[in-house]
Design a protein around this ligand. Sequence first.
Ligand SMILES: *Cc1c(COP(=O)(O)O)cnc(C)c1O
Length: 352
Amino acid sequence: MKKHNFSAGPCILPQEVFHKSAEAVLDFNGIGLSLLEISHRSKDFVAVMDEARAIVKRLMNLNDDYEVLFLGGGASLQFVMVPFNLMPELSGKAAYLDTGTWAAGAIKEAQKLGHVDVIASSKEDRYRYIPKDYTVNSTYDYFHCTSNNTIYGTQMKTFPEVDTLMVCDMSSDIFSRQLDFSKFDLIYAGAQKNMGPAGVTLVVVKKEILGKTGRNLPSYLDYRLHIAKESMFNTPPVFPVYVSLLTLQHLEKNGGIAAAEKRNQAKAQLLYDEIDRNPLFQTFCVEEDRSLMNVSFNLTDESKKEAFDKAWKEAGINGLNGHRSLGGYRASLYNALSLESVQVLVDVMRAI
Ligand SMILES: *Cc1c(COP(=O)(O)O)cnc(C)c1O
């Protein structure tokens, strides 16, 4: 029996995508070869990469000022590439918003390359909320934020107006809700949370912001090189790119981001309503910053833990344990998770 998969990442993808990916591993496009054994320079794979880059721009409604890249190294490498490409060598200065473990990881890397001001942080309150009271002036080379905090279950509902470049780590809520993506100068996302399998990272960047740091960048770290080579500077992660393409095609076919957002709101509402109604459960974070994607919650009565754990496992639920740094529970409600799966979880919560 297929489980109800609430895993935080790598995570659930559409069932149809798993089937098509499996087919492509055996025989890609009926060419008598596996996707895994053909050259990344073959016309069949070049078409995959071209369409993957094009569909991202279509879904995000971005014009040709933007370039789309599929890179290796995870979102973690973007923690490094962003300051390398946007912070001038000598006088670099960036503003970072500290909203959780991943934001803190990005800050740590940027500090190695220039001056970083943590413009606001909720660390002292265990990242239970998103700070909103700050301004970012034009003395900064860029502002960096994390749209969704995968571990703590908080999400930025609005983005600040800043007087500098806007950079965002959207790893765990990319393509989950409508945003004006043209407000951002650089967006990155590890695929494995809502877009595809592990092994590839999406980067969307406004071309004109690049090449201004005076740094002699190592080749792989230079976005301009990847842009010039159409995301084929070196061998790209062919399989993760293909599976990401299938996932995005599935999204486009099913109403795009607008329709996904509606489904995601309905799923989150169903679960948060139960948490609010049921005295046995409470969310980790404050109500106004609750994430639509990752719902982190606790039992208020630890003596029920054994019974609850047994019940959700018996109901065919997978991946409900909270992040190891936080404990408790985390239900990740990524695009491919159905409302029916959330209902199964809610039924278990009601019965406990
Ligand atoms: C998972 C995650 C990361 C780290 O991604 P990797 O691809 O494993 O490097 C970074 N930022 C956010 C918001 C995440 O959820």
